[in-house]
Write a protein that binds this ligand. Structure first.
Ligand SMILES: Nc1ncnc2c1ncn2[C@@H]1O[C@H](COP(=O)(O)OP(=O)(O)OP(=O)(O)O)[C@@H](O)[C@H]1O
Length: 488
């Protein structure tokens, strides 16, 4: 039975000082020892069961040697242990990817959980202001699990009630430094649960050489570089328009040329045609033989754009009432209009008539071109509305190195910078930051960092040679497929 003792008599605590705080000591309830022991035993047993349920492999890895030693002696156990370690080492050397997938990343995750995250969790949470004190008790967000991959640790966290993802995004720098990482990306898993991504190494820190010309072409996923998680970075060109924004020297050319390189087999097969507008006369002139039409002067650019508009209208007239979307074929190839530094042709164009013609053609192509197989890939340095008033007509946008933090949301949409698209922090050193971009992939609202492969002048020369060379034994003409399933 619970025994109740009385609290202290208030009279003893009363003071004549009117400023003294009112003191109160509550009634003390003494719990019999047996109840305390039962509660502790219950907690111990339920903890054991939970451990066995959550980490069966780890528990058996500890229990098996103990059981083997008791049953067969320590020599047998040591032999077995040695054999297992040897087998793992051989596996790791013989086939590293499968070893990492099945064993390596799990072991690393276990190690990082104990040696880094659990060890620093309490200080990191209180230091970053993410824990909460209530009645002298500290409540901390729960560290749910750690998963390691080749380049980053992904930590799943359960927030405290009342916390928001924005609060965690605000503290992402504190978390990155607390856990010894260069950055921390916060994304939402579900209500109350967050995913923190801590990169361990940066795959994009050095330039990526030009990718091999692909054997098949998928217009929904043209390989142009590498994502920060090590996956290929692919760009959709058919059924969309792409705007690439980046300050001077950000490497916009590498996105344009990597795209052209990825499309090369389809260009050679006649399933894709490229119209290139190069008002700066520098970027695209080197590979003009690849393009169906190359234009550099503003008059020429206006004519080329109007030619694309006429083609678009002809196709619309032919397709109307028959098909609702374009299928790539030799008769109706996909036409990609590439515009390097589009602002030269619009905002900075002094000839008012040319400016009007170009702006009208661009707006027409970006509003009506998708359905009839005409796409626009435009690059520009300054994404402000005064400079590019039709930027919202581009469904896909890439943010390369930008001069100001406000420009990030202008390009990628509201909240992109808060979600980790730090395009204004990309290094201006070409070897480190050129070609790096933040992109919003269809699968996720959170921006992903990626780097385009660098296509050098020699690579462009080889591309021209590859495209114009006659079929012979030294050249293998790849089978060309498009996203729409047509084959050359
Ligand atoms: N993907 C890349 N990887 C490594 N270096 C690159 C990459 N892309 C470009 N560079 C380097 O950065 C320099 C600038 O690239 P680029 O001319 O493409 O930039 P840009 O954004 O087009 O600049 P601008 O708008 O001034 O023409 C190049 O000379 C090259 O040395």
């Amino acid at each position: 039975m619970l025994r109740r003792t009385h609290g202290e008599v208030a009279g003893d605590l009363v003071t004549t000082n009117p400023g003294a705080p009112v003191m109160f000591r509550p009634t003390v309830v003494q719990t019999p020892a047996i109840i305390t022991l039962c509660v502790l035993a219950w907690r111990f047993v339920s903890g054991l069961v939970r451990l066995l349920y959550r980490h069966p492999i780890a528990v058996h890895a500890y229990l098996a040697p103990v059981a083997a030693t008791l049953r067969y002696g320590w020599v047998f156990t040591a032999w077995c242990f040695g054999c297992v370690v040897l087998a793992l080492v051989v596996w790791a050397f013989a086939h590293r990817p499968s070893f990492c997938l099945v064993v390596g990343w799990r072991l690393l995750a276990y190690w990082r959980l104990i040696a880094n995250y659990r060890r620093h969790w309490s200080f990191a949470m209180s230091g970053a202001g993410l824990s909460r004190m209530d009645k002298a008790l500290e409540y901390r967000p729960r560290l749910v699990k750690v998963v390691c991959g080749p380049v980053a640790d992904v930590v799943t966290v359960k927030m405290l009630k009342g916390q928001s993802p924005e609060l965690w995004r605000d503290r992402s720098d504190n978390l990155a430094h607390a856990f010894g990482s260069a950055s921390c990306r916060v994304s939402i898993v579900r209500a109350g649960v967050l995913r923190l991504t801590f990169p361990r190494r940066d795959l994009l820190a050095s330039p990526i050489p030009a990718l091999p010309i692909p054997a098949t072409v998928d217009l929904a996923a043209v390989p142009i570089g590498l994502c920060e998680d090590g996956k290929p970075w692919t760009l959709k060109v058919h059924g969309t328009h792409v705007l690439v924004a980046g300050a001077t020297g950000a490497g916009k050319g590498s996105i344009i040329w990597s795209t052209v390189r990825g499309l090369l087999p389809a260009i050679r097969a006649g399933l894709v045609e490229v119209i290139a507008l190069d008002p700066k006369l520098m970027e695209l002139s080197y590979g003009r033989d690849i393009f169906r039409r190359y234009a550099s002067s503003p008059e020429d650019c206006a004519d080329a754009l109007e030619e694309a508009v006429t083609l678009m209208q002809d196709r619309a007239g032919l397709f109307a009432g028959h098909v609702r979307s374009h299928t790539v074929s030799l008769e109706y190839p996909f036409v990609l209009v590439i515009v390097d530094e589009v602002a030269f042709l619009t905002a900075y164009q002094s000839d008012k008539d040319l400016k009007r013609r170009i702006s009208a053609a661009l707006a027409t192509l970006t509003t009506q071109g998708r359905a009839v197989g005409i796409g626009v890939l435009a690059a520009l340095q300054d994404p402000r509305k005064e400079v590019m008033n039709i930027r919202n007509l581009f469904p896909d946008k890439l943010a390369m190195r930008l001069d100001e933090s406000e420009q990030v949301d202008m390009v990628l949409g509201d909240g992109a910078r808060e979600r980790g698209a730090l395009a204004d922090c990309i290094s201006p050193v070409p070897a480190v930051g050129a070609g790096v971009a933040y992109v919003r992939l269809e699968a996720s609202p959170n921006p992903t960092r990626a780097r385009a492969a660098y296509v050098s002048d020699d690579d462009i020369r080889d591309m021209v040679a590859w495209l114009t060379a006659p079929d012979d034994d030294t050249l293998t003409l790849p089978q060309t497929q498009t996203s729409t399933g047509e084959a050359a």
